[in-house]
Design a protein around this ligand. Structure first.
Ligand SMILES: [Mg+2]
Length: 233
């Protein structure tokens, strides 16, 4: 049934681009560049864990509208440094800037990414991206990880003014891809943002469950590995 579709819209972060692995790699670079060990942070794992907890907490505040994105970017490093007894907002600012420029140059993709995209393209499907993020960052990721070649329309929330799961971004993507709802499928890792968002406008969707999270009861299609998409197309 899905095999007769023509347009496949992929999410980028955590679906194709391995966000967690790339974050750890970036954090390692930061650790070295800023000599954090010499500043007294001698446990890399502890620093990473601390940063993650702080980052998650600040992201919740950002999503709820309590803090701005700029504040979030610096504050997550400021609080991490503070945890280790370093109160230096300027250093946090420099780290934040560096983090944002390094992160999108990282190239870790989920296993099978290039194989599945080549396979789908060879089989005649038109491939597109719908991603929540900033254009300057998302375009670099696509280029650096050599993914740009597969995609026709690249729809980025901050460029079009709407974020998934808003219906508007899906309609905008269909318009840009010159596709209809009926001939399209959304493929992504987030049950609410990707799957619910797409199915709300009547588009079929496939939940990419890389980490074998509990079954999503409203997700009609689900794969635990990108190569399993070959069974559906
Ligand atoms: Mg995602």
């Amino acid at each position: 049934m899905l095999a007769s579709k023509k347009h496949l819209f992929f999410d980028l972060d955590r679906t194709l681009w391995d966000f967690e692995t790339n974050s750890v790699e970036t954090f390692k670079d930061i650790f070295q560049i800023f000599n954090l060990q010499q500043l007294g942070i001698d446990d890399f794992d502890k620093a990473l864990e601390t940063y993650r907890d702080i980052n998650n907490h600040l992201w919740e505040e950002y999503r709820s509208g309590f803090i701005s994105k700029d504040f979030l970017n610096v504050e997550r490093f400021h609080q991490t440094l503070q945890f280790f007894g370093i109160d230096n907002r300027q250093l946090a600012g420099e780290i934040a800037q560096r983090y944002i420029s390094i992160s999108p140059t990282k190239k870790a993709l989920f296993d099978g990414t290039h194989e599945i995209l080549s396979y789908l393209k060879q089989n005649g499907y038109n491939l597109h991206i719908i991603t929540n993020g900033f254009p300057e960052v998302q375009h670099i990721k696509l280029q650096q990880s050599n993914l740009k070649q597969y995609f026709s329309a690249v729809v980025i929330s901050e460029e079009v003014g709407w974020k998934k799961p808003a219906a508007e971004i899906f309609y905008k993507a269909l318009e840009m891809a010159e596709a209809t709802v009926d001939e399209s499928v959304m493929i992504g890792d987030d049950p609410v943002v990707d799957i619910q968002g797409a199915t709300d406008i009547g588009m079929e969707a496939i939940f990419v469950n890389h980490h074998q999270e509990p079954f999503c009861d409203f997700c009609k299609y689900q794969v635990s590995h990108l190569l399993h998409l070959m069974d559906l197309f």
